[in-house]
Design a protein around this ligand. Structure first.
Ligand SMILES: Cc1cc2nc3c(=O)[nH]c(=O)nc-3n(C[C@H](O)[C@H](O)[C@H](O)COP(=O)(O)O)c2cc1C
Length: 235
């Protein structure tokens, strides 16, 4: 049967898959895991501390790859983009991630430092949303991050040109082999555009999903006095 991308009818091919897409989507469960309790009244004063508690809890609960976060950026013309990356550190100054300053996201951040990070941990029904201003760390700190990466990850970053069109996989593999050889000859070699950024937050929201949809949301807002104000939000 011909597929009708915008059509509502179901046919044999769709029935074999379980009906029209919207019905199949509706049948997928959400908040199906063992949802933990979250008492916002006993939350710490500092969102970094609560994030660390939630991250440790996620690791203990077996959440896969809980250090993967979505980073949203916008360029100078307000064109928004987002992608996933690895959280490298969290501390008093904020949430750190690393990438090439020459990549589209690196260029976005140069033009517009406002950014957002978010993650969702399905087995525990938890979401964290952070908005703030991202700034590059020193070249020394960025180099240390680069040197701590795996040989494969270093070689890829050394080839560079992240997100640029490429002629062929074969050519890229040759470039990677050259980069591996350069790194083997000089283990201290650092890709100059590799940059560790830290997002200094002005909002951090902790979202605890509930099966009955009575989700608990706690927002931390940075005050001008350098403290954090805590607010409960309607689900
Ligand atoms: C799980 C996961 C982790 C990733 N980690 C990173 C990372 O730490 N740094 C990075 O530059 N790209 C990372 N990527 C690739 C990015 O999602 C993205 O494809 C790439 O950085 C290019 O993004 P841009 O074109 O918006 O700059 C990761 C992708 C996935 C799926």
């Amino acid at each position: 049967m011909e597929r009708d991308p915008g059509g509502a009818e179901s046919g044999p091919a769709q029935d074999a898959l379980g009906g029209p897409m919207r019905d199949r989507l509706r049948r997928i469960p959400v908040f199906a895991g063992a949802i933990p309790s979250f008492d916002p009244d006993s939350a710490p004063e500092d969102p970094v501390e609560l994030f660390a508690q939630w991250l440790d809890h996620a690791v203990d609960a077996g959440v896969p790859e809980p250090h993967v976060m979505n980073l949203a950026t916008a360029d100078a013309a307000d064109r928004v983009d987002s992608r996933f990356l690895i959280l490298k550190d969290v501390g008093p100054h904020g949430w750190s991630f690393a990438t090439s300053a020459q990549s589209p996201k690196g260029r976005d951040l140069k033009d517009n430092a406002r950014a957002a990070l978010s993650c969702y941990w399905p087995p525990v029904g938890r979401q964290v949303r952070i908005t703030g201003t991202a700034a590059p760390e020193s070249s020394r700190t960025s180099a240390a991050d680069f040197l701590a990466r795996s040989p494969d990850a270093r070689a890829e970053a050394l080839v560079g040109g992240q997100s640029a069109p490429m002629d062929s996989v074969a050519r890229h593999e040759r470039e990677l082999a050259e980069a591996r050889a350069r790194l083997a000859a000089d283990p201290e070699l650092v890709a100059p555009e590799w940059t560790l950024y830290t997002l200094r937050p002005d909002y951090v929201e902790f979202w605890q999903g509930a099966k009955d949809r009575n989700h608990i949301r706690l927002r931390y807002t940075a005050t001008s006095a350098g403290a954090w104000e805590r607010t409960l939000l309607r689900p």
